[in-house]
Every structure is written in C-alpha cells, then in structure tokens.
Design a protein around this ligand. Structure first.
Ligand SMILES: Nc1ncnc2c1ncn2[C@@H]1O[C@H](COP(=O)(O)OP(=O)(O)OP(=O)(O)O)[C@@H](O)[C@H]1O
Ligand SMILES: [Mg+2]
Length: 249
C-alpha cells in the first residue's frame, strides 16, 4: 500500500487539484484508491460528490475504528473517498484535551492507528495548508509527502523553508516529491524556476510537470476530474504521467 499526503503550507498551489486528478489517474490504471479529504472546507469532496453525506458528522462518529468504513464512499470505479466533515475542525482541540499530559508522540499517531487496517493500493490525503495536528498525523501515517509548487519567484524560498520545517516538525524527515504545478511553457519564468528547483532539490522534483490549463480550472468548477471533462487536454496526459511516476516510491 503506497500512501501520500499532499501538502504545502502555501495556499492555492494545487494540492486539491493534484489530489483529485492523481487519485483519478491511479484509479484509471485499475489501482484501488482511497482519497481522504482532511481539509474541512471540503474542496476535494466537491470534486467527486455534489452532496456530502457526512458533512455534519462529529469527530467521534468518523474517527472510530468501528465506524470508519461506513463513512467511506465509493465515488468512481476503483476510487473511494473519505469526505471532509465538520468534526475535523475540532480535531486539534479534542486531541489535546483528551490526551493532556501525554508525551507529544501520542498526539501524532491517532490517524495512523485509525487507518492502518485499511487495504487499498493507494491512499492519498489532501491536507490543509497548515502544519496543524491533523496534518502532522497525516504525515506520520503516510511517511511520504507530495508537495505541489507553483511556478513563481516565491516558490524557491518557500520550498527551502518548508524543507527545514518538515525536517524539524516530523520524524519523517525529507521524504517527499516536489510537483511543479502551473507550468507555463510560453514564459521563461516557469522554465527558470523549474531549472532552479531541479538544481537545488535534484531528483526530489518529479519528472512530470503539471501545466497551467484553464481546463483544470473548469473541471474543478464542474466537480469533475480532468479525465471526465477534458480527457484530451495536455493536463490529462500530465496526470497520467505523474501517476506512472509515483507508482514507484
Ligand atoms: N495547473 C493548473 N492550471 C490551472 N488552474 C489550476 C491548476 N492547478 C490548480 N488550479 C486552480 O487553482 C485554484 C487553486 O487550486 P487548489 O484548490 O487545488 O489549491 P490548494 O493548494 O488545494 O488550495 P488550498 O490551500 O486553499 O487548499 C483552483 O481554482 C484550481 O482549479
Ligand atoms: Mg485544497
């Protein structure tokens, strides 16, 4: 079972877009995929469902080994989703309150203890753009991060800061892939930044690059994956290539 948390502290870099389309690309390759929406805003959930059946549930109604599987919804062929729910907003607070005076490690193994019995080929977790306790739990469980980076001049700086934080805040260390997103092949900016990223982070940068495409924007607006709405768009080809690449960890 391969597990990935899609994370970047920066907002709007394509975490949810990549979670949805990568999960869909893997499912098209006949992999059994579980996508998990750990952002209570529920953007990933909206990609796959028009109505979220568990939106109003409390944390204890979902984060319970006996109840977990009944909250997982099959959303496409081979593709399953644990939707976002309101209880996620209280994860950090409830965790602290219920485990006061415990060693710090106890706080970060909750998700791992909850999910480790599940059997899928892939688990993909779409995280919030903050290092909160839920995110740290996701990282502890998956051990592996996929970090989408937008091709602008702040990308390098924020990636260096993120690298340090990942190293300091998680026991996982530097186990990640950087996914260049919003790549615009007609501007030199994208090319220069990609070159710089590869020069600094070497093979941690995926060979696959996700192009800036209106089709991705339109598909997300219509609650569809790129394969359902624009299967011939270059972005669909890019996600297929990315899926092939991350199938080997
Ligand atoms: N390669 C791309 N080309 C064009 N639009 C894109 C691309 N990637 C993402 N977008 C668009 O950019 C917006 C932000 O993307 P997304 O929601 O995936 O980012 P995010 O990192 O999950 O944001 P947040 O931090 O708020 O969770 C969305 O409208 C999405 O459709
Ligand atoms: Mg998001």
């Amino acid at each position: 079972m391969l597990k990935y948390t899609i994370f970047n502290e920066k907002g709007g870099v394509g975490k949810t877009t990549i979670s949805a389309n990568l999960a869909a690309a893997l499912a098209l390759r006949k992999m059994k995929v579980l996508a998990i929406d750990f952002d209570p805003k529920g953007n990933l959930t909206n990609y796959f469902l028009t109505e979220n059946p568990i939106k109003h549930k409390r944390l204890e109604d979902v984060f319970n080994p006996d109840l977990l599987e009944e909250n997982i919804v099959q959303v496409r062929n081979n593709l399953y989703l644990l939707p976002a729910f309101n209880g996620l907003y209280s994860f950090d607070k409830q965790t602290y309150l219920s485990r006061q005076f415990s060693p710090m490690e106890d706080y970060t193994y909750i998700v791992e203890n909850l999910l480790q019995r599940l059997r899928y080929d892939f688990i993909i977790i779409d995280a919030l753009p903050t290092f909160n306790l839920l995110t740290l739990n996701a990282i502890q469980f998956t051990k592996y991060l996929l970090v989408p980076v937008s091709m602008n001049f702040w990308a390098m700086q924020s990636m260096i800061e993120l690298d340090t934080k990942i190293f300091n805040l998680t026991k996982v260390g530097r186990i990640y892939k950087i996914i260049p997103n919003f790549y615009d092949r007609v501007t030199t900016v994208s090319r220069d930044i990609l070159h710089e990223l590869r020069g600094t982070f070497l093979t941690a940068v995926t060979k696959s690059v996700i192009p800036r495409r209106i089709a991705l924007e339109k598909a997300s607006g219509a609650s569809k994956t790129i394969f359902e709405m624009f299967p011939n768009d270059p972005a669909a080809a890019a996600f297929k290539k990315l899926a092939r690449e991350i199938m080997i960890q």
